[in-house]
Design a protein around this ligand. Structure first.
Ligand code: NAD
Ligand code: IPM
Ligand code: MN
Length: 330
């Protein structure tokens, strides 16, 4: 098993070392392939990622990624989006689940749902023209792209034996009618109970009744926005992990970005990155991954938490405490 490790920029350089300490606590046979990509590399060399880097990533089985800053240059193409496309990571899976003892803005903890975000098309098509009087971006929805994400979401819903909510804006964006129709057909064919919601109303309902949802499937940009919003439900953007899944590769990254406002202070919350390690181990078929849940519950109970959750622990202290629990209890 070869794991590409991309810390990236800003707090990516803090949360990934903490997550790696947790991964190392499992003592697995695993070759780590560190890659320096992103804004810092671009500043230094003028290139954020080369063709060779992509080839190196393709020779790995999975990727653990921190975050990258967006380069302030209109010609710059996000390397994250390039990797998602190159590896055809079509499903962006973002579980929204409260941690024991931590509540978010609504004060509730009775929910557990997963956002399944289409990850290769929609408004992220990259087909655009930028002008001074008019700029446009083409929103692409394909049957194939919709079918495979709907299929992924339905298989997940079946495992969780609950239901699917299809989120769209087909009242205005007629391209979403194709997405909605394909999701409905796929859910019907898979025998999954489903409903659908317009994205604006879904945002409201997720805040008011998060307990009603199980698997939420949506297009690229809506999944992006809803997942940050839902971080407020669990208490911090530093708690939401994600897995970008394709037929061949898997790429694990926290939902948050490089957080320049806190970067370098050592106070970023590494739990999203640590839960990414759990998702990686689950993907590798390692049942011992579940000890990460116990370890996280233990450190929260001991109040070893970062300032975003009202604590005083540093990123490294929190990562170390989780790793120590695993070493002592595995
Ligand atoms: P952000 O997610 O970096 O930060 C938003 C807010 O949440 C900030 O106040 C930040 O301090 C806080 N926050 C985020 N993660 C946290 C953590 N682990 N612990 C504690 N607090 C945390 O979003 P932004 O500020 O809009 O974006 C900053 C840069 O990151 C931009 O260049 C953006 O393009 C990039 N970005 C990258 C990724 C990625 O690489 N996966 C994702 C989102 C944004
Ligand atoms: C995310 C990020 C990315 C996205 C950006 C950094 C390209 O916000 O992973 O949620 O929009 O997908
Ligand atoms: Mn985002």
């Amino acid at each position: 098993m070869k794991l590409a490790v991309i810390e990236g920029d800003g707090i990516g350089r803090e949360v990934i070392p903490a997550a790696l300490e947790v991964l190392d606590a499992f003592g697995l046979e695993l070759e780590k392939v560190p890659l320096e990509l992103g804004y810092l590399r671009w500043e230094r060399t003028g290139t954020a990622m080369s063709e060779e880097d992509i080839e190196t990533i393709k020779k790995c089985d999975a990727v653990l990624f921190g975050a990258i800053s967006t380069v302030p240059d209109p010609g710059y193409k996000s390397i994250l989006l390039s990797i998602r496309k190159e590896l055809d990571l079509y499903a962006n899976v973002r579980p929204v689940k409260p941690l024991p003892g931590i509540v978010g803005v609504t004060g509730r903890n009775d929910f557990d749902f997963i956002i399944v975000r289409e990850n290769t098309e929609g408004l992220y098509s990259g087909i655009e023209e930028i002008g001074t009087e008019i700029s446009w971006t083409k929103r692409v929805v394909t049957r194939k792209g919709s079918e495979r994400i709907a299929e992924y979401a339905c298989q997940l819903a079946k495992k969780r034996s609950k239901k699917l909510t299809i989120v769209h804006k087909s009242n205005v964006l007629k391209s979403d009618k194709l997405f909605l129709d394909v999701c409905r057909q796929t859910a019907g064919a898979c025998g999954v109970e489903y409903n659908d919601m317009l994205v604006d109303s879904m945002a409201y309902n997720l805040m008011m009744h998060p307990e009603k949802y199980d698997v939420v499937v949506t297009t690229n940009i809506f999944g992006d926005i809803l997942s940050d919003m839902c971080a407020a439900l669990v208490g911090s953007l530093g708690l939401v992990p994600s897995a970008n899944i394709g037929k061949k590769y898997a790429f694990f990254e926290p939902v948050h970005g490089s957080a320049p406002d806190i970067a370098g202070k050592g106070i970023s919350n590494p739990l999203a990155a640590i839960i990414c390690v759990k998702m990686l181990l689950d993907w590798m078929g390692k049942p011992e991954a579940r000890i990460i849940d116990d370890a996280i519950a233990d450190v929260i109970q001991k109040k070893i938490i970062t300032p975003d959750l009202g604590g005083k622990a540093s990123t490294a202290e929190l990562g170390h405490a989780v790793a120590k629990y695993i070493i002592q209890n595995l």
